[in-house]
Structures are given as structure tokens and as C-alpha cells.
Ligand binder design. Structure first.
Ligand code: ARG
Length: 472
């Protein structure tokens, strides 16, 4: 007959088993190598569960207090680096239970009354993810603040705007940066939405069907700060939608960071020359002494793939699972842990990059917008203001640009006679109308790049961020 696995630390289960696990299978099966990340949450969940068992009269209040004391001892041991369970513990839940029994004796065996590791692990992961979402929100706010500071400093700087990566129309640099703040704000709102569905308690669903033990799920849910409890015990232990939703939201965070990274990498190239990298975030080459490399945005761009991969991994892991709990779910941990860590690290790195890792080069930017045909639309708009139909003006200007390219002359350098030959509507004020600063200032439609419109955006974001508490 097998002995009690919990007290002996062997990997046999109950008296149903005669033999221990094959050592390779023990390793294969265990999650203790990574799920100690959930230790705090596991202890919090167990404390709430023990207190509830006491209040409901399942165990005595004195026993509940003793269990809680034991759990706090485990917490203290862990803080002192003295809680280092081995493979035989299998996972964090068993590791805590083993230790509790070692500390308290037989009373420790009462903790698991009315629950299963299935609802326990679901509770732990939700508590963990909830706190990580709050940290990511704080990291998004810091990133937005870094962008905002650059936008404030460049409310009057121009930068070429592109479509198809071809020069299109000049824009205000602040306008460009504010676009990324808009993306980050959507990320925050998506994460806040996901958080609502993360914050539902599965505890008390037990293995799958609920429990005959007279527990009170609302009590543990309330103590743990959950907004509600799962209505269906099968759904409670087998729902990982929240993990997918989180990874989808994190993937979009990474998409946004990666797009910005790509721009920074281009801007830092000699071909663009729109920014210089400071020594704080750039690295040199081991071979080429002249090099200064944008490693930070390159890594962010590269790391985005890990998060998208975790999203696919989670969807695929879940899609064929019958109700209710399946061990496949153990695979959600490393995906979530790595996805969260990657997203947080990348947000922090990009915030630092914009805080102190790069400097825009206003002269280069100014020269860039003054030396192209990105004011051609404004010539057409000038004629439109004189009553010429847009399509006709568009054709005229198209022809003009073609000649200018052939003659290697910019629109601003054409003499007035040439303008008037093209159309009698042109007057001397055409030069002012096509100056880059005027081109930008003219785009006053709501949300446009005109300086007064950008100032309104800045004002809105400033106010929003001023009233946002930085959580992480
Ligand atoms: N380590 C498992 C996980 O991460 C805990 C739950 C195991 N439950 C079970 N009945 N085997 O999902």
C-alpha cells in the first residue's frame, strides 16, 4: 500500500497507486519549475479559502486561524529565500500544501477541503494576471508621458508625412507622436475591458461540478477582490478565454510598439537622419567603429513575434479541449508569464528610449520638408480656392511637377510668370501658401495636423494623463 504522498513527499497519489512516477515523467509533468511565479496568489487564495471554511463552520475558527498562520509562515520562508520546493512537489499548489502540513501537522490536511487544484489554479492565474494588467497599464502611462514630453517639445517642428513610404505631406512632429499616444490609449482601454473578465472568481467550482461542502463562494470572491463568481462550475474551471483576450490585447500593444520601433530605426539611419541616438540606448559594433545601432527598437520589433506566438499557442491549446479541466491548461502559464514579461519590458524600454535615448534633429527635419514636392496638393488646393474644380487643378499641378522634376527645380523656386502661364489664377501669395509651415497650418479640419488642432490634442492628452495615477 502506498503511503500518503502529501506527508511523505513521494509522487504517489492515493492508495489507488502502487508505484511512483518514472523520473522523466515526473519532470515532464511538473510545473514547479515555472509556476512558483504564482506563489503569492496561491497563498492569498488559500488564506481566503481557509478563512471562509472557518466562517462557514466547515472547520473551526481556531483551525482557520492556525491554517492562516501556517500559510503566512510559508510566505515568510519564501521571502527569506527558504522555500525551494523540488520536482516532487509537482506544482506550486502541492508545494504550499506539503509545506503547510510539515509545519502544522495533520491540521494542514484540512486546507484542501471543498476545493480542487483545478479551481485553485484558475484563481491564482486570474489574481496574478489582474495585478500584471495593472502594472502594464502603469507602463503604458509612462510610455505615453515620454511621448507627450517629446510632442510638447516639438509642437512647432515639422516632419515629412508619408504614404507608401513616399513623401506625401508635411505634418507637425507632435501630431505624429500623438498618433502613438492614441494607440496606447486604446491599448489601455482594451486591457481595462479584459480585466473585467479576468476578475471573476472560479474558486469553489472545485474539480468541475461544485462541492457538497457548505462553502460560500461569494466570501472568498469578495476577500480576493473579484467582482463576481463564475455562474457555472464547468465553465469556471475550463475557461481560458481571458488568457486569449489578454494575449490579443498584448499583441496589439506589441504591434504599436513595433511600428514605432520601425520608424525610429528608419529615422536613425543616415538616409533619413531625423534623430540621433544618445549613448543611453544605443550600442556600438564590435567591428565597425563608426556604428551606433538602434538595438532597443530592433529588439522590441523582434520580440513582438513572441507575444503573437503565445496568442496562437493559447488558441491552439484550448480549441480541442472537452469540458472541463485538462492538463493541457498547464501550458497557459509559460505563455502568460513570458507574454506579460515581454510586453512590460518592451514598454519600459520604449519609454526610456523616448525619455532619454533619442533626440530629434529639427534642422534636418526642416530641410527635409523644404526640399520636396510634398506641397503639391496645396497648389491644387490654392486653385480650388479660386473656383477651379479639384480634378482639373490636380491635372495641372501633376504636369507642373513633372516639368519641375525634369528641370530639377522646386515649386517654391519657380518664378511667378511660370505659375501664371500655367493658370492666370496664380498670384504672388502662392509662395506663402506652399511654404511647409503654412501647408501644415492650413490643415485645420478636426483631428488635422494644423498647429491649433495639435494644440487641442495636446491639451486633451495632457489633462487625461495628469489625472491618471501611475501604477507601475
Ligand atoms: N499545475 C496544474 C496547472 O497548471 C494545476 C492543476 C492541476 N490539476 C490537476 N487535476 N492535475 O494547470
Amino acid at each position: 500500500m502506498a503511503s500518503d504522498p502529501i506527508t511523505t513527499g513521494t509522487t504517489t497519489w492515493s492508495d489507488r497507486f502502487d508505484q511512483g512516477l518514472h523520473p522523466a515523467i515526473e519532470r515532464f509533468n511538473a510545473s514547479i519549475g515555472f509556476d512558483l511565479e504564482l506563489l503569492e496568489q496561491d497563498l492569498d487564495g488559500s488564506v481566503a479559502h481557509a478563512r471562509m471554511l472557518g466562517r462557514c463552520g466547515v472547520i473551526s475558527e481556531a483551525e482557520a486561524s492556525e491554517l492562516i498562520r501556517g500559510l503566512e509562515l510559508v510566505r515568510a520562508e519564501a521571502a527569506a529565500g527558504q522555500f525551494n520546493p523540488g520536482l516532487e512537489a509537482e506544482d506550486v499548489h502541492f508545494a504550499v500544501e506539503h509545506r503547510l502540513i510539515a509545519l502544522l501537522g495533520p491540521l494542514g490536511k484540512k486546507l484542501h477541503t471543498g476545493r480542487s487544484r483545478n479551481d485553485q489554479v484558475g484563481t491564482d492565474v486570474r489574481l496574478w494576471l489582474r495585478s500584471q494588467i495593472d502594472l502594464i497599464d502603469g507602463a503604458l502611462v509612462r510610455f505615453e508621458r515620454a511621448l507627450l514630453a517629446q510632442a510638447e517639445a516639438h509642437a512647432n517642428t515639422l516632419i515629412p508625412g508619408y504614404t507608401h513610404l513616399q513623401r506625401a505631406q508635411p505634418v507637425c512632429l507632435a501630431h505624429h507622436l500623438l498618433a502613438y499616444i492614441e494607440m496606447a490609449e486604446r491599448d489601455r482601454s482594451r486591457l481595462a475591458d479584459v480585466r473585467q473578465r479576468v476578475n471573476i472568481s472560479p474558486l469553489g467550482a472545485a474539480a468541475l461540478a461544485g462541492t457538497p461542502v457548505p462553502i460560500d463562494r461569494r466570501q472568498t470572491a469578495e476577500e480576493l477582490g473579484f467582482d463576481d463568481v463564475y455562474a457555472n462550475s464547468l465553465d469556471a474551471v475550463s475557461d481560458r478565454d481571458f488568457a486569449v483576450e489578454f494575449m490579443a490585447a498584448a499583441s496589439l500593444v506589441m504591434v504599436h510598439l513595433s511600428r514605432l520601433s520601425e520608424e525610429v530605426i528608419l529615422w536613425a539611419s543616415e538616409e533619413f537622419g531625423f534623430i540621433s541616438l544618445t549613448d543611453r540606448c544605443a550600442t556600438g559594433s564590435s567591428l565597425m567603429p563608426q556604428k551606433k545601432n538602434p538595438d532597443v527598437p530592433e529588439l522590441v520589433r523582434g520580440k513582438s513575434g513572441r507575444v503573437f506566438g503565445h496568442l496562437m499557442g493559447l488558441l491552439t491549446m484550448i480549441k480541442g479541449l472537452p469540458l472541463a479541466y485538462n492538463k493541457d491548461f498547464q501550458e497557459d502559464k509559460e505563455a502568460l508569464f513570458d507574454g506579460v514579461r515581454t510586453c512590460r519590458d518592451c514598454l519600459e524600454a520604449m519609454a526610456i528610449l523616448f525619455e532619454e535615448g533619442l533626440e530629434f534633429r529639427p534642422q534636418r527635419l526642416e530641410a527635409a520638408v523644404a526640399s520636396d514636392f510634398s506641397n503639391a496638393t496645396d497648389v491644387a488646393d490654392y486653385l480650388v480656392a479660386k473656383g477651379i474644380p479639384f480634378r482639373e487643378a490636380y491635372q495641372l499641378v501633376g504636369g507642373l511637377v513633372k516639368t519641375c522634376l525634369a528641370e530639377q527645380v522646386l515649386l517654391k523656386d519657380l518664378p511667378l510668370e511660370r505659375w501664371q502661364q500655367l493658370h492666370p489664377g496664380f498670384e504672388a501669395d502662392i509662395y506663402a501658401a506652399i511654404a511647409p509651415r503654412q501647408v501644415v497650418a492650413a490643415r485645420r479640419s478636426e483631428g488635422g495636423t494644423a498647429f491649433d488642432q495639435v494644440e487641442r490634442q495636446l491639451q486633451r492628452i495632457r489633462t487625461r494623463l495628469a489625472t491618471t495615477g501611475q501604477k507601475g
